[in-house]
Design a protein around this ligand. Structure first.
Ligand SMILES: [Zn+2]
Length: 49
């Protein structure tokens, strides 16, 4: 799953990084890891579309 140009810090592309028992949304360009609140915002955008 990816969000193009969805990074709140640099406007880069986001991807879901899966760890053991966990998943986090990370920016490809700057490495920024989204907070839970920022992830929730992304999921709401996906639902709207
Ligand atoms: Zn970024």
């Amino acid at each position: 799953m990816m969000w193009l140009k969805g990074c709140p810090r640099c406007g880069g592309d986001l991807y879901v990084e899966y760890n053991v028992g966990d998943a986090s949304v990370t920016c490809l360009q700057c490495g920024h890891v989204l907070t839970e609140a920022q992830e929730a915002g992304l999921k709401q955008l996906q639902l709207v579309r």
